[in-house]
Design a protein around this ligand. Structure first.
Ligand code: ZN
Length: 216
């Protein structure tokens, strides 16, 4: 929801091309965290897009200097309970509840001194991929967390029963983009290259090939 992010501009999309859902931290609640009595707009929007309107590609887009991710980074080792957070701040409670799994993955990364690859799940539990986070060490810890968080949402999208059929039969694919607000660079997560790759004129064709080969 960052005011510096204009997805229709950086994806050069037009009327009718894209459904957009924006929220603090580009978080998709995991199905297990949407209980019987609570529902959030993100899964409802996924159903509207993928089941009712037949969308084939879902893209989670994160970005640099994300204020929500900066906050999650700051509170990642907090020992406050969710109940306490709910009283204090809806934003912190939202991040604690739905950013918890990203913070856990980030802790793994920290343990390896940001060197070891992480494993994420995509369309199905069997379809896992490996990710090296910021191997050139260009970004801050907060931005690394933002990239981890963006990839973690793929698994959360796949956690919904109503998505399962489309995802297992290859009618729906999930991707990750990451936008560097300060340079305007757009990164596509390449499962082939196991990292976020800066999309530019030199590699556009190669990335297109990857998308066509694996995700159509
Ligand atoms: Zn943000």
């Amino acid at each position: 929801m960052d005011s510096r992010m204009l997805p229709t501009r950086f994806t050069q999309t037009n009327v009718g091309d894209m459904f957009i859902v924006r929220n603090a931290g580009n978080l998709v609640p995991h199905a297990n965290l949407c209980g019987h009595e609570e529902i959030t707009t993100e899964p409802a929007a996924l159903e509207l897009g993928c089941v009712i309107n037949g969308i084939k590609h879902v893209i989670v887009c994160g970005h640099s200097d994300c204020k929500a991710m900066n906050m999650l980074h700051m509170m990642r080792n907090s020992d406050r309970t969710l109940q306490e957070m709910l009283k204090l701040s809806p934003l912190k409670a939202w991040l604690m509840r739905h950013g918890h799994s990203s913070a856990g993955k980030f802790a793994q990364l920290e343990l390896s001194n940001f060197q070891a690859p992480l494993v994420f799940q995509a369309e199905t539990p069997m379809r896992r991929f490996i990710a090296y986070i910021d191997p050139d060490n260009k970004f801050s810890e907060e931005d690394k967390l933002s990239q981890v968080n963006t990839l973690q949402q793929l698994q959360n999208i796949a956690s919904y029963n109503f998505m399962r059929d489309g995802l297992t039969r290859g009618r729906v694919y999930i991707h990750a983009l990451w936008f560097d607000i300060y340079t305007g660079d757009i990164y596509y997560f390449s499962r082939q290259q196991k990292m976020f790759v800066d999309v530019n004129e030199n590699n556009m064709e190669k990335l297109e090939e990857e998308v066509l080969k694996y995700y159509t």
